[in-house]
Design a protein around this ligand. Structure first.
Ligand code: AHR
Length: 849
């Protein structure tokens, strides 16, 4: 199947080009033709999965149902593999596998404030977090209370509040070592204003050593910001550890389970797979700090918790077994991400050269998941209550490792593991731009994209030209996380455009997962996350509903879909040049129309009007001013001018004593609106790529940077004048020459932000058409279905909102969510108007003979 999905015409009236399907309604701006003559690529019914990583308190404090924060008093323990020095936890100074340099990774460490996170002591008592006489050696810390008075309260505020629901049961478990204490203890859930909502008294036997106490607490009122308290009624010394409170109603009522509302949000995505445990944390800030899946098994009281590189301590209550169980509970395939003996290259980059234990650890993980109950690790799974195997579908070997050294490790591990487990897909962390030639054999690669909306809009075709036959693609992490605050509809629609490109290329893009998945909105580590949670509520962002719409509407196979649009010429608009000191950078500018008539000519730039850039940005990030020739409406022709690059010097950002410099290259702006928020720029040597001549696009103030290596080579020497000639030819072809030598010839087109794909759902007998309209105006298209029969009655699922800046919120959780309506005007040839700022799915009953 061809990947063509868009044809563009410049300035031709639609009615002259295409026969309109009927006379009613708005003039169509495009025609979408769905071709049934051949089946396109099959689409993986489990294409859309989810990426879980402990980041933003996504597990502890959101998905994992534990209500007590810092239940084991281990929050102050420094990251494994670091030592405490002068207020920092410092990593070993060993060379990094990425660049062979010794890195100085460290993190600020204030033990005193960290170890009491979540807790507060009231009353006449002194307290200390100590690690002698541990309840369990894996989590040695415990709280020692030395009480002088008769009323001491140990209070926990949970993860920014405990959700207490009237009439619901809460399972309490805690441990005391009474030492010299001779009183009783009362466990209570209290409201945010101090009222007792549930209470249970326990007798404490003096000298009994570490003793477990359990109870069910049932609040008599609801409060999303409740607290938990242990009340001691006598003086004496007592130790406290592992204080745990769980809602009885977890997802599927699992013990040590997931929060029902948050897990339900995951289930509602119908994810094809779940990736666990990440992300960077798989690698660790140091190798010792990596995720050790074996430590995440067994009784949660005995699990070694660990500081994770998103800067908090993780209980690992949502461990390997819970992950496998969750997959089973929501019908998703498990994807386990294994450490391959490398720590995170952005942090410390330390590594092991001994691959034997690395391999053994992965083999054990496989055995735990699906080995026979008579095997060592299979027996542990059975002991945890699941004798039946969980079927591991994917294993990713490492995370975001792009260094050459990784390839060798991947080759070695893959060879052994694939031979033993041909049923598992082993994923390589390389993306499209890494040294794929270093890999012997690869099932799947894992490129990631965190970008601005424009990038996804512009890269709907990114996968069309990827070479086939060498590997499948898992788009393991992607999201719009720039220029959209914590997320908005703009991000969601741009993602929909990008996903459309993935789905159209389903012969090579087999699976994908948005990242990151969840945040507790009181602790945002990462700018945009799919699901927001607080103690008593959960919200899916607009992007969540885009994921859901794709995942609920996967066709069995694609149908070739060609969208023909009418565009205005990309040249129409103002022209200008960029730079703050144009008098020093440009001279002798001459603008000619398509017939060669001179429409403007000037020795200097006195006729140009300056548009100042955003001066709130740091100087080194600031774009130069645009200088527009206001009285000339350019529609094509030729522009000639002389230009030179300027070297600017300024005090270094890092060290003001030092002088840094930057080269300001000249550039020509065309097709601009009055504010230059929408335009194209011919860059004559671009930022960071001195030798490049290329064309970038600006849409609604957001600039695309030419990320591929397209564009011509030319090294402009600062201070030297060059003769530049830019010709604007037919079909958007822009040609640029410098001193008579052609350096660039590139076609440009306006970004319409309209995308359409189609596929066939055999079970439903429906054609499924997905259309993105990223503009704030309606989009009308004539749709032609080249099939045998069409039933006029089907359905339309629409996600839209008034402004692309809109987003869901805790106050209005489903403001932007899909609305399904019945529609009875489908035909073989029909007209449909897509709402402004929308993602729409048409489900049309059709048949092909
Ligand atoms: O999703 C957040 C982080 O982004 C992941 O941990 C890492 O893999 C990527 O850099």
């Amino acid at each position: 199947m061809k990947h063509l999905c868009k044809r563009l015409f410049y300035g031709v009236a639609m009615t002259a080009t295409l026969a309109a399907c009927n006379d009613n309604g708005p003039e169509p701006q495009a025609e979408i033709v769905v071709d049934y003559s051949s089946k396109g690529a099959e689409v993986n019914p489990k294409m859309y999965g989810i990426f879980f990583e402990e980041i933003n308190h996504s597990g502890d404090g959101a998905l994992y149902a534990e209500l007590i924060r810092n239940r084991n008093f281990e929050e102050g323990v420094i990251p494994s593999g670091t030592v405490y020095k002068d207020g920092y936890a410092v990593a070993p100074h060993s060379p990094s596998y990425g660049d062979a340099r010794t890195h100085d990774w460290k993190v600020r460490w204030d033990k005193d404030s960290l170890e009491m996170i979540g807790w507060q002591v009231e009353g006449d008592a002194v307290h200390a977090i100590v690690n002698n006489r541990p309840l369990h050696p894996n989590t040695p810390n415990n709280m020692l209370l030395k009480m002088k008075g008769a009323n001491t309260a140990l209070i926990n505020e949970g993860y920014w509040g405990i959700s207490a629901v009237q009439g619901d049961n809460y399972d309490l478990r805690f441990y005391l070592n009474p030492e010299s204490y001779k009183g009783g203890v009362k466990a209570e859930i209290i409201s945010s204003d101090g009222k007792v909502l549930a209470s249970k008294s326990f007798d404490v036997t003096p000298g009994s050593g570490w003793t477990e106490y359990t109870a069910t607490l049932t609040p008599d009122a609801t409060d999303g910001k409740a607290k938990f308290r242990l009340l001691f009624d006598a003086p004496g010394n007592v130790r406290v550890d592992y204080v745990s409170l769980f809602p009885e109603k977890t997802f599927k009522n699992r013990k040590n389970g997931m929060r029902a509302d948050v897990a339900q949000m995951l289930a509602d995505l119908k994810p094809g797979f779940v990736r666990w445990p990440g992300g960077c944390i798989v690698e660790g800030a140091t190798l010792e700090n990596r995720v050790k899946w074996k430590n995440t098994l067994g009784d949660p009281m005995q699990r070694a918790s660990e500081w994770i590189l998103w800067n908090y301590h993780c209980t690992w209550g949502f461990g390997y077994h819970e992950f496998l169980q969750l997959c089973e509970d929501i019908g998703a395939d498990p994807m386990f991400v294994a450490n391959v003996g490398l720590s995170c290259d952005f942090r410390n980059g330390d590594f092991t050269t001994d691959l034997k234990p690395v391999l053994k650890d992965i083999e054990d993980a496989i055995e735990y998941a699906q080995g026979d109950v008579n095997t060592e690790w299979g027996a542990k799974r059975a002991a945890a209550g699941h004798p039946e195997p969980f079927k591991l579908k994917y294993i990713e070997l490492g995370n975001e490792q792009w260094a050459d050294m990784y390839a060798d490790r991947y080759n070695q591990l893959y060879k052994v593991l694939k031979e033993k487990h041909p049923e598992i897909t082993f994923i390589c962390t390389f993306g499209l731009n890494n040294r794929l030639d270093l890999l012997d054999k690869v099932d799947m690669i894992d490129p990631h994209w965190y970008v601005n909306p424009l990038y996804f809009y512009e890269n709907n075709h990114l996968f069309d030209d990827v070479e086939r036959g060498k590997y499948d693609i898992y788009v393991g992490e992607y999201a719009v996380n720039q220029g959209v605050g914590p997320g908005n509809l703009d991000a969601a629609l741009a993602e929909a455009a990008f996903i459309s490109g993935m789905e159209r290329n389903s012969d090579i893009v087999k699976i994908a997962s948005y990242a990151p998945l969840i945040e507790n909105s009181n602790h945002r580590d990462w700018a945009t996350n799919l699901i927001w949670a607080k103690s008593d509520s959960v919200v899916g962002r607009a992007s969540y509903y885009v994921q859901q719409m794709f995942s609920h509407n996967i066709p069995n196979y694609n149908l070739e879909t060609i969208m023909t649009e009418i565009l205005k010429s990309p040249y129409d608009g103002l022209i200008g040049v960029s730079g703050n000191n144009v008098a020093e950078q440009y001279r002798n500018i001459k603008v000619m129309d398509a017939e060669g008539n001179v429409v403007a000519e000037s020795a200097d730039l006195s006729e140009f009007e300056k548009i100042q850039p955003d001066t709130t940005m740091a100087r080194w990030m600031r774009m130069p001013a645009a200088n527009m020739l206001n009285n000339v409406n350019f529609t094509g022709g030729t522009v000639e001018f002389e230009a030179c690059a300027l070297r600017e010097v300024f005090p270094s950002r890092r060290n003001p004593e030092r002088i840094d410099s930057i080269t300001i290259y000249p550039s020509l702006i065309f097709g601009a609106d009055a504010t230059n928020d929408n335009s194209f720029t011919v860059n004559l040597g671009s930022f960071g790529r001195e030798s490049k001549v290329n064309i970038s696009r600006k849409v609604n103030g957001m600039s695309s940077r030419n990320r591929d290596n397209s564009g011509g080579e030319f090294d402009m020497v600062p201070g030297q004048w060059y003769k530049v000639r830019v010709e604007f030819g037919d079909n958007g072809k822009v040609t640029c020459s410098i001193d008579g030598k052609e350096v660039l010839s590139q076609e440009v087109e306006l970004l319409t932000k309209h995308y359409a794909i189609a596929g066939y759902d055999e079970t439903a007998g429906e054609t499924v058409i997905k259309v993105v309209n990223g503009n704030n105006t309606p989009f009308t298209a004539d749709i032609r279905l080249n099939c045998s029969t069409v039933d006029s009655k089907g359905s339309v699922i629409t996600l839209s909102s008034e402004s692309v800046k809109d987003e869901n919120s805790f106050a209005d959780a489903t403001k932007i969510s899909p609305v399904t309506t019945e529609y009875d005007k489908f035909d073989k040839y029909f007209k449909y108007t897509f709402e402004p700022n929308s993602f729409t799915i048409l489900r049309i009953p059709t048949s092909q003979k």
